[in-house]
Design a protein around this ligand. Structure first.
Ligand code: AMP
Ligand code: ZN
Ligand code: FE
Ligand code: FE
Length: 292
């Protein structure tokens, strides 16, 4: 059947966070690409998924409600990369989830002027007002929006370069923000009826396999139920490694492109940089997990 050929994409950002396509545009594109299922996983907001959930029958694409929450690394693990936990199948009306997201959104708002202040001190002539104007009213402003303005003003050639010179972890304009602990994020997602999944393990920047396995085991003890094994930046052997761990510990595997539209121009919806593919069966397995 057609769904199986076209695959799915369970990691997508919209204009509600730091993507450049609206939720409606994502749904249309997914339909055009004949994707079987998608999930909107905006950073710290449900604003985007709310716009297309539940989807009209005519869309022809299954939609799973999602979220991506930035967390702190648990104390005994040394993680310098991006620690994100995805939540699938969450109830959008859950009060605890919504209150928590309000707090996280406020933390972003508090951080942005501090980042801009650092940039100004470094001689980068940029204002928060112009970043906000360029990003659209609804967006949860994040570093990618600021990176884009840095490029527009000629201080960097690409998003990667803007992160490398200014915005990345421990770079001169890096400002940390309030984050949930992993246990807290997992509890909140499960409390809202969702399935917590460790996002893009590769981006955690954990050097060796035993450390990654130990981290995953600790997260499972906290209630985490899945691993994002399919990810465009995961080499085939890394995918195999994660799938093996998932089998060993009875975790579900998920996957998606982390589509951000023009903010990650090399990544296409559903197909990543060209040959990426997540089978429809991954979506069906995930639904089965939700009933556990
Ligand atoms: P923020 O939510 O403001 O902390 O920004 C997080 C987003 O920035 C992530 O979704 C990534 O897409 C992007 N990002 C983080 N680190 C880098 C990097 N080194 N290069 C390019 N993009 C990055
Ligand atoms: Zn993002
Ligand atoms: Fe992420
Ligand atoms: Fe993401």
């Amino acid at each position: 059947m057609e769904f199986n050929r076209a695959g799915i994409d369970l990691h997508i950002h919209t204009t509600a966070s730091d993507g450049t396509l609206s939720p409606a545009e994502i749904l249309q594109l997914a339909h055009r690409l004949k994707l079987g299922a998608i999930s909107i996983t905006d950073h710290d907001t449900l604003q985007g998924i709310r716009e297309i959930f539940p989807p009209p029958d005519s869309s022809g694409v299954k939609v799973l409600a999602g979220i991506e929450i930035s967390t702190k690394s648990p104390p005994l693990h040394r993680v310098t990369g991006s620690f994100h936990i995805l939540g699938y199948g969450i109830r959008l009306s859950d009060p605890v989830l919504n209150q928590t997201l309000d707090t996280l959104q406020q933390a972003r708002k508090d951080r942005n002027p501090l980042i801009i202040g650092r940039l100004n001190e470094l001689g980068v002539d940029i204002t928060l007002a112009e970043v906000m104007e360029a990003s659209g009213e609804e967006a949860q402003i994040g570093r990618p929006h600021i990176a884009k303005m840095i490029i527009n003003k000629g201080y960097a050639q690409s998003i990667d370069e803007a992160f490398d010179i200014y915005l990345g972890f421990n770079k001169p304009a890096y400002v940390d923000k309030y984050r949930l602990g992993c246990q807290e994020a997992i509890n909140i997602i499960r409390g809202a009826g969702g399935i917590p999944v460790l996002a893009h393990p590769f981006l955690l920047k954990i050097a060796d396999s035993p450390s990654m396995e130990a981290l995953i085991l600790d997260l499972k003890d906290m209630g985490m139920q899945g691993i994002e094994a399919y990810y465009p930046e995961h080499p085939p052997e890394y995918f195999e490694f994660l799938s093996g761990i998932a089998r060993k510990y009875d975790l579900v595997i998920t996957g998606g492109t982390d589509f951000h539209g023009k903010l990650k121009p090399d990544i296409q919806l559903g197909s990543g940089s060209g040959d990426f593919f997540v089978p429809y069966s991954v979506y069906e397995n995930l639904l089965r997990y939700q009933q556990k």
